[in-house]
Structures are given as structure tokens and as C-alpha cells.
Design a protein around this ligand. Structure first.
Ligand code: GLU
Length: 388
């Protein structure tokens, strides 16, 4: 696959770096924010939900604190981020308000996205916000972590968020046109690459060295982000945030940056990951009605169809779904702990609140977090003697 039509996307993650948000480091560039907000409003009218990953807190904080240069000490950078984040949130709210679009601030760490329970929590929060038409504005939680300050100016965070919500595409806006076949600062004949596979073996060497003074991420971290986004099947665009109407032009398929394509579709990548896990934390036994619903209607697994639970696990664990004969018919990430599932067996979803005192989700396993094991079921069917 070397093309991708952004118009078919349901959800995109757009990542903007500090150098764009803060106009070269001199405070937040309100005009740039207004411009992106207007383009995002248009993407939304085309049915595309947007999650915005924005850095710029440190640069804004440095300005607000009256410092003349970005400090070197991590604790000072973190302090600047805490001050600057106030301005960043305010500026985004101001940019989106005239368009009647609500924004939400989310501060995340890489750890939040690798810890299963937090992963599910972050995922459902962002999904809920998108359902309500809100544009989440995400930054790294710089007070408690330094991953992006040291490494990548939120490039990695953008990819992790893309994986988290299974976005169709990640758009990395930067101060460069895209990826060139050699360094355009030293080679006047360097050519912009329009499209390339995210797993192309020479990609990393092409990306070596580029960078700017305001943020920390060069082209290299963007390439790694594209590879990571491809892991959940997402396409990545790297394009200049200074190009007029860049988001709309990308949506209309104009070659205004570099497109990095995943090598397989999302479902396959997700399936592979789930199927590849060897240690499962437990299992849910489901009745025949539930098996039918999973396979024929591709439904989520509801508590009413679940008759027994095995093992001790927390919310977010990968568990097997077994039929009454013990055959694994599916596996997925469960929304409730084993102790909670025990209380929910054979219960309708509207009883969840009464039984647990809260509702995380109506389903035990959402269909997006589940992979069906058709081959196991087929084997089972073929071993059952056909009755005359
Ligand atoms: N989260 C930081 C920020 O928003 C990362 C960017 C940087 O290192 O400049 O400012």
C-alpha cells in the first residue's frame, strides 16, 4: 500500500511541535492555533474526529517566567512546563470557542499508555470525549515524567495515542516540508519523498540529523513515531505546519508532505498482537447464545452471556473467552476485574451499577478489544459427529 485516502478516516491524531505552537519560542502563536482550529472544524464536518497532541508548554513557560533561554536542568524544564501548560490550555480554548467546539486537556505519560488499566481508562475517556464532539488536547505530563523533554517533543506520545485509540492516521506537523532523500540543508538537490513504507529499511538513515532549536524532536523521532503508529495499522503524514491549509490539503490528497504507510491493515496488526500473547490472565466462560452473538453479529461480550469466571485478574487484562466445553472462542481485554465479573455473571448490563456501585462499560469485553478464534471453533464443529 503506497497511498492512503484521508477522507476515509474516522479518527486522526494531529501532533504539533513546540516550534510551530510558539512561533519560534516567543510565546504561543494564537494565529496558528486559530488556523488549525478552523481546519479541524472543517475536518469534523467531513466526519473526521480529531485528537490534538500539542507541546509548547515549556516554551510558553520559559517566556512567562521571564527566562531568556530554555534551561538545561530537567527540574527547571518541568517547572516551565507546569507554568506554560496553563497558557497552552487557555490558548486552545480561546481558538476553538468561536467555532463552538469544546476542548479538553489531557496530560499523559508513556507509562500510562503501557499500563493496562490506565490504558483502558485513558482510551475510554478519549473515546467518550470524541463521541461528545470534544477535541482532546494532549500533552505529556511533564511534572511527573521527562520522556518527551529528553527525547522527542511529543512525537512518540503522538504515536502512542494513535495506538491507544486506534486512529486511522497520525499527522505530524513540523517546521520542515516532510522527509527528504538526503539532508536539504546541505544538499540543494535533496528531493521530498511523497510516500514510503513505514518499515522501509533505509528510512532511519534518511532521517538522520535534522532538528530545530525550539523543540527536541528531529526527523528521526518522527520516523520512529511513524513506525510505531504503523504497528496499529495507522498511516503517518509528516508535513509542514506552515503550509497554508495543510490539513485540508492533506484531506484532499494533495502531496504536501511525506506519507508513511503501514504494511498491513489495522485488523491484522491488532489480531496478531492479541493472538501472539501466550500468557492469558484468566478466562470467561460464555453460553451458546453469547457465542452466536460474537460470531454472527460480531457483538461485544455482555455480562448476561457470561456464566463463569476463572483466574484472578484486574481490569484491562487479556483473557480467554471459552464456550461451555472449554474451547477458546475469542480473547480480549476485559473491562472488569475477576472479582467484579463474578458479581456480574448472567446479569443484564443495566444491573452493573446496582451490583458494583459504578459502571466502567456496558460490556465485559468491547468488540474492538476482542479477537475471535474462528479456527478453534471450526475445529470444534468438525469434531462433533453429525447426528442423523
Ligand atoms: N511536553 C513538552 C512541552 O510541551 C515537550 C516539548 C519540549 O521538550 O520542548 O513543552
Amino acid at each position: 500500500m503506497d497511498t492512503y485516502d484521508l477522507r476515509q478516516a474516522d479518527t486522526v491524531v494531529i501532533k504539533v511541535g513546540s516550534s510551530l505552537v510558539t512561533n519560534g519560542g516567543h510565546g504561543i502563536d494564537a494565529d496558528a492555533l486559530t488556523n488549525w482550529a478552523q481546519q479541524i472544524a472543517e475536518l469534523k464536518t467531513h466526519g473526521i474526529d480529531v485528537v490534538f497532541v500539542s507541546s509548547g508548554a515549556i516554551a510558553e513557560g520559559v517566556k512567562r517566567l521571564g527566562w531568556h533561554a530554555r534551561p538545561k536542568a530537567l527540574n527547571e524544564l518541568q517547572a516551565a512546563a507546569a507554568v506554560g501548560q496553563m497558557g497552552l490550555a487557555q490558548a486552545y480554548e480561546t481558538a476553538f470557542q468561536p467555532l463552538n467546539i469544546q476542548t479538553a486537556q489531557i496530560l499523559l505519560t508513556h507509562e500510562d499508555l503501557s499500563h493496562r488499566t490506565r490504558y483502558l481508562n485513558a482510551r475510554s475517556t478519549i473515546r467518550t470525549l470524541l463521541e461528545k464532539g470534544v477535541v482532546p488536547i494532549i500533552n505529556e505530563n511533564d511534572t511527573v515524567t521527562i520522556d518527551e523533554i529528553k527525547l522527542g517533543d511529543n512525537d512518540t506520545l503522538g504515536a502512542l495515542v494513535t495506538n491507544l485509540i486506534e486512529a486511522d492516521a497520525l499527522i505530524i506537523l513540523t517546521d520542515q516540508q516532510g522527509l527528504f532523500d538526503s539532508d536539504p540543508r546541505t544538499n540543494p538537490h535533496a528531493k521530498l519523498i511523497n510516500a514510503i513504507a513505514a518499515n522501509h529499511p533505509e528510512l532511519e538513515s534518511m532521517a538522520g540529523g535534522a532538528g530545530s532549536s525550539v523543540g527536541t524532536g528531529g526527523m528521526y523521532t518522527k520516523i520512529l513515531a511513524a513506525k510505531r503508529a504503523a504497528f496499529s495499522g495507522a498511516a503517518t503524514y509528516i508535513a509542514s505546519g506552515k503550509t497554508d491549509k495543510v490539513l485540508l490539503r492533506l484531506m484532499h490528497g494533495e502531496p504536501v508532505g511525506t506519507l508513511l504507510t503501514p504494511d498491513e491493515n489495522r485488523l491484522n496488526a491488532r489480531k496478531q498482537w492479541m493472538v501472539g500473547q501466550i500468557q492469558l490472565s484468566g478466562s470467561l466462560m460464555v453460553d451458546e447464545g453469547a457465542v452466536q452473538a460474537l460470531f454472527k453479529r460480531h457483538s461485544s461480550l455482555l455480562p448476561i452471556g457470561c456464566v463463569a469466571v476463572d483466574g484472578h485478574f484486574d481490569r484491562g487484562a487479556l483473557v480467554a473467552v471459552r464456550n461451555v466445553d472449554g474451547v477458546e472462542v475469542a480473547r480480549g481485554l476485559v473491562n472488569y476485574s475477576s472479582r467484579e465479573v463474578q458479581k456480574l455473571l448472567r446479569q443484564p448490563s443495566h444491573q452493573i451499577e446496582h451490583l458494583l456501585g459504578y459502571v466502567a462499560e456496558d460490556e465485559l469485553i468491547h468488540r474492538d478489544n476482542m479477537v475471535l478464534r474462528r479456527s478453534n471453533l471450526r475445529k470444534l464443529m468438525s469434531s462433533v459427529p453429525v447426528s442423523s
